[in-house]
Design a protein around this ligand. Structure first.
Ligand code: 8YV
Length: 331
């Protein structure tokens, strides 16, 4: 790889990140911020030594097959790498990196925001005033939501983000439960006062709020399947700031419509950017709160993600193992 490698960046990044990339690399930036077309992405794979994609770029096996021999690194601007066929890349000798840690706390904050917003009817209440409807004044029985203090929170995926959610949720007086592929070390369980459920089914059946915080991989696709969603209690809420594909969204929607699940707070969707119109209808009815994939959307976080991408690229160019290398075995 040359000293100033040809780096194709697929989306508009924060200014400071782009400036630094221009200084360090032969950076081909995407200044108009619309995702690259499939043809442009293929072109990039044929020419670039390094590609910096985001969640909106599908770097699948077919695209990797088209890549020229000069492509050596896919430095994802994002933590989740479900947009990339990591196995196909690594097989072809292309390294993959991501941007973990810098978005953990922001995503956990957004999880808490949804976790509070749905039971406490935050958006419904706020929209009364924004919409110009007349507010007839305080009433003892109007706009009542449900308490979250003392309730049971079931975290699906107790990695960095799941733990950051647990830490916050404890401060809000929730009881912490979790399901994870592996049990987390006992010190962490003790610190979080978290109860481990080996059986996801059993946990789902007993929780008041369920938060999805696991990555989307072939093993977690529709982890909350129709069968599992039916185990959830009718008083319970589901929050998802991970990936839409982890939940069978159609069934979740149907169960909320039928009153068999109380509601949901969703930052991610199965077919982004499309959002099921039935979910929008439920949002209008105050049953769900929907956000357009904003979990890590802070000025600070996006700059740090960009800086991480740069460190990964520079370390790789220097011939060292990049700090955030992703291997198929770590997925
Ligand atoms: C990003 C995310 O917005 O990092 C992730 O996995 O979902 C978000 O923080 C997006 O992925 C950027 O590519």
């Amino acid at each position: 790889i040359r000293k100033r490698p040809l780096v194709v960046v697929t989306r508009k990044l924060p200014d400071s990140v782009e400036t630094r990339m221009r200084e360090l690399f032969d950076a081909r930036l995407n200044l108009d911020d619309s995702p690259l077309s499939k043809a442009a992405l293929i072109e990039a794979a044929k020419q670039a030594e390094i590609i910096v994609p985001t969640v909106t770029d599908k770097i699948d096996a077919a695209l990797i097959a088209e890549a020229g021999p000069q492509l050596k690194l896919i430095a994802n601007f994002g933590n989740g790498v479900d947009n990339i066929d990591v196995e196909a890349a690594v097989k072809k000798g292309i390294a993959v990196t991501n941007t973990p840690r810098v978005l953990t706390e922001d995503t956990a904050d957004m999880t808490m925001a949804l976790l509070l917003a749905v039971p406490r009817r935050l958006v419904e209440g706020a929209s009364v005033l924004i919409s110009g409807q007349e507010w007839t004044g305080w009433s003892p029985t109007w706009m009542l939501g449900h308490r979250i203090w003392g309730k049971r929170l079931g975290i699906v995926g107790m990695g960095r983000i799941g733990q950051a959610v647990a830490r916050r949720a404890r401060a809000f007086g929730l009881q912490i439960h979790y399901h994870n592929r592996r049990r987390v070390p006992v010190e962490i369980e003790e610190e979080l006062e978290a109860t481990y459920w080996e059986s996801l089914d059993q946990m789902l059946a007993r929780m008041d709020i369920i938060s999805i915080n696991c990555p989307h991989t072939p093993a977690t696709y529709h982890l909350l399947s129709a069968r599992r969603l039916k185990l959830i209690r009718p008083e319970a809420y589901v929050v998802n700031t991970a990936r839409g594909e982890v939940i069978d969204e159609n069934t979740l929607t149907r169960l909320i419509e039928a009153g068999e699940i109380a509601g949901a707070g969703l930052d991610v969707f199965e077919h982004e950017p499309a959002v099921n119109p039935r979910l929008v209808k439920l949002a209008k009815a105050g049953k769900v709160v929907l956000l357009p994939h904003m979990g890590s959307a802070t000025v600070e976080g996006r700059v740090e993600m960009g800086e991480k991408v740069i460190i990964n690229i520079r370390t790789f160019m220097d011939g060292h193992k990049p700090p955030d290398r992703v291997l198929p075995s770590t997925l």
